[in-house]
Design a protein around this ligand. Structure first.
Ligand code: SN0
Length: 315
């Protein structure tokens, strides 16, 4: 693997899931692989799990780690080509990326979408510019349209917990007060579509994900129908793709409730976190024995450790 930006960078997703489980069983098995290698983590946005789990995975692999909140501590970066830089952006990505690459063997980047410029967001201007100008492997720590480290951790979690070969997995939209990216939903769908699990996406009208991400999933606007017989309920809010970046009125009743969970096949409750209790999910659900959000977050280490290991092995 050279980069880890989207699933097409991965040779075999099932093998990567297995590699994650193997790292979990034996975290220090490759602790010399990253010796004298430096991982740079660049955050344009907030992070808890991504930052700490990636740092932990790198430590397990013997790497050195440098972290920078480039969004708040760095110069504002220009990504457009052929512009006169007479605004508030002091540095161009054409200099910033190759400079950082001289200090780092691998660069991880977190950059959320603008949610105003659909074209730039869906062209992945920030991540693709790093890929183009850094010349070292790039790891996507949540970009405008994807969160592959999360999705790989989610597949690892489902692999650990599934009771049948082909569980019914439901991605359900849930309400939120802020306009959030589609990245987690997009990415979960994109990766689920690479398994043979039964996969249903439930969301209100106007909230369909971009078709290239929803892929072959069954899409329904009827949440109760989706929940029926489900083995996994994965809750996530996202703002509208169609009415780009908007929160559409209504739909507060899409909260994941204990009542709705009764429709399922005693489904496990999943969420990538951070989660807003009382909006996305009732306390009774996230505090129940069927909630696996903590295990899911724990698996973030093994997901990114499998990715870093494969990149290091290819260097
Ligand atoms: C991010 C998102 O993409 O939805 C990160 C998820 C891993 N979530 C948020 O920004 C939540 C912010 C909030 O106010 O609840």
């Amino acid at each position: 693997m050279k980069h880890f930006i989207n699933p097409s960078d991965v040779k075999n997703v099932q093998e990567l899931v297995k590699a994650g489980l193997a790292q979990k069983a034996n975290p220090l098995s490759h602790q010399h692989l990253g010796k004298n290698k430096t991982l740079g983590l660049l955050f344009f946005n907030s992070s808890l799990r991504t930052r700490l789990s990636t740092q932990k995975a790198a430590i397990n692999l013997g790497m050195n780690v440098m972290v920078m909140n480039v969004g708040s501590d760095g110069w504002q970066l220009e990504f457009d080509e052929n512009v006169i830089m007479n605004g508030n952006k002091a540095e161009h990505i054409k200099e910033a990326a190759p400079v950082i690459a001289q200090y780092c063997d691998i660069i991880g980047v977190r950059s959320f979408p603008s949610l105003t410029d659909k074209k730039a967001d869906y062209e992945e201007q920030v991540l693709e510019s790093f890929r183009k100008y850094a010349g070292v492997p790039i790891v996507n720590l949540e970009s405008a349209t994807r969160h592959p480290c999360q999705s790989l951790a989610d597949l690892i979690t489902i692999a650990e917990l599934k009771k049948t070969a082909r569980p019914k997995v439901v991605l359900t939209w849930a309400p939120h007060i802020r306009a959030l990216p589609q990245a987690v939903g997009n990415s979960f769908a994109e990766w689920l579509n690479l398994t043979d699990y039964e996969f249903v996406i439930a969301n209100p009208e106007g909230y369909d994900l971009a078709p290239e991400y929803a892929g072959k999933a069954k899409i329904t606007h009827n949440q109760a129908e989706a929940f029926a017989g489900a083995d996994f309920i994965y809750a996530k809010n996202w703002s509208s793709y169609k009415h780009y970046g908007q929160i559409l009125p209504g739909n507060e009743d899409w909260i994941v409730s204990a009542e709705k969970m009764k429709l399922t096949n005693q489904a496990k409750f999943m969420h990538c976190l951070p989660v807003r209790r009382g909006l996305i999910v009732e306390d009774a659900v996230i505090d129940s024995a069927d909630s696996v959000v903590i295990q899911q977050a724990g698996n973030r280490v093994w997901s990114v450790q499998a990715v870093l290991k494969e990149i290091l092995e290819g260097m």
